[in-house]
Design a protein around this ligand. Structure first.
Ligand code: ZN
Length: 333
């Protein structure tokens, strides 16, 4: 059975209520409980569509376990078409586990954490790059001084690249992880739009995860080698103008390879932007106008990277990125 429900988070100036809409899919058995959510940042839309498509497709009679699906967590930010709620301007993904008597954003965080995170065994938190940041589909493993997450649920999405970097207090993935609920932050595409390619990649990752943990029939597709990368680089514009990219998210680039150029304004001069290291392009700027220090590319270099041992389950697929690296004589160091 699939049920649609709602739960009240808070009240607004005019007394109208802010309700979190959610779905419960009850399968053949109760456990495990998967939490699927999107739009913690209100303008990140691909994940909403991924959840809706999964709900459209899923046959509860063939599901092992329960799904709690919350397509839009940051309801107020979504209504405003912005990343954060426009009144308190707090980043919902920095205030978990929330506050019972806090701002609207903190109350949404509190309710979400109490009613969904605590009931789940694990989860997938769907995100996208900010407006103008087109991101390749990849999970982000975040850690802090006092918390190092297990890699298995992140790897179960079946992506080739796994991002590993320090996180911040208040992030869902960290605060949930600390209470023993691994929640995978999964980045797909860019805020403010729906992209079929990224929706498909998101849906595939979610299904791989569910197959890996036995919730769906079938074997997940997991690259025989997955690459954990830790060296995150932001390439910034050093002149104003229009950025014209030569590369796409997911491409392997060599040191000194041109990532694109900036048509400097008002002079019209062309300025080539190079990759400082052998890297994979995690994200590329999709909005051409740039100022000084606007980031034009997000890279993960192969320095301090690691090839992870094969996972026990899944159909092993060849890694395209590793094949490309081999062809171009790039090594992980
Ligand atoms: Zn986000």
């Amino acid at each position: 059975m699939i049920y649609r429900r709602k739960i009240r988070c808070t009240l607004l100036e005019d007394g109208s209520s802010v309700d979190l809409n959610y779905f419960v899919v009850k399968g053949r058995k109760e456990k495990p409980v998967l939490l699927l959510n999107a739009a913690i940042h209100g303008e990140e839309l691909n994940g909403i569509e991924v959840i809706m498509r999964l709900l459209e497709e899923i046959d509860p009679a063939k599901l092992n376990g329960t799904i709690y699906a919350v397509p839009i967590v940051n309801i107020l930010a979504y209504r405003a078409g912005s990343r954060a709620e426009p009144r308190d301007l707090e980043d919902l993904n920095r205030v978990f586990p929330g506050k019972k008597d806090g701002t609207a954003t903190e109350r949404i965080a509190y309710l979400f954490f109490e009613k969904f995170v605590k009931k789940a065994d694990f989860g997938i938190d769907l995100h996208a790059g900010m407006r103008g940041h087109l991101l390749m589909p990849h999970p982000r493993v975040r850690y802090t001084n006092d918390y190092m997450p297990p890699l298995e649920p992140f790897r179960a999405l079946g992506t080739e690249i796994i991002f590993h970097n320090e996180g911040k207090k208040g992030m869902l993935t960290i605060e949930a992880g600390k209470i023993g609920k691994p929640i995978v932050c999964f980045e797909i595409g860019e805020a403010g739009r729906l992209d079929e390619e990224y929706i498909q990649a998101g849906l595939k990752g979610v299904k791989n995860f569910m197959k890996y943990f036995g919730m769906l029939e079938g074997e997940p597709e997991i690259p025989e080698k997955q690459i954990l990368l830790k060296d995150y680089l932001e390439i910034k514009a050093d002149c104003p103008g229009l950025f014209y990219p030569f590369v796409k998210p997911g491409e392997v680039v060599k040191k000194k390879q041109a990532l694109g150029y900036i048509r400097e304004l008002p002079t019209g001069k062309k300025k080539i932007i190079e990759s400082p290291k052998n890297s994979v392009v995690i994200g590329i700027r999709s909005r051409p106008p740039v100022r000084l220090s606007t980031t034009v590319a997000w890279l993960m270099s192969f320095e301090h990277g690691e090839i992870l041992p094969q996972m026990k389950k899944g159909i092993k697929i060849k890694s395209k990125i590793l094949a490309e690296m081999e062809k171009r004589k790039i090594e992980i160091r």
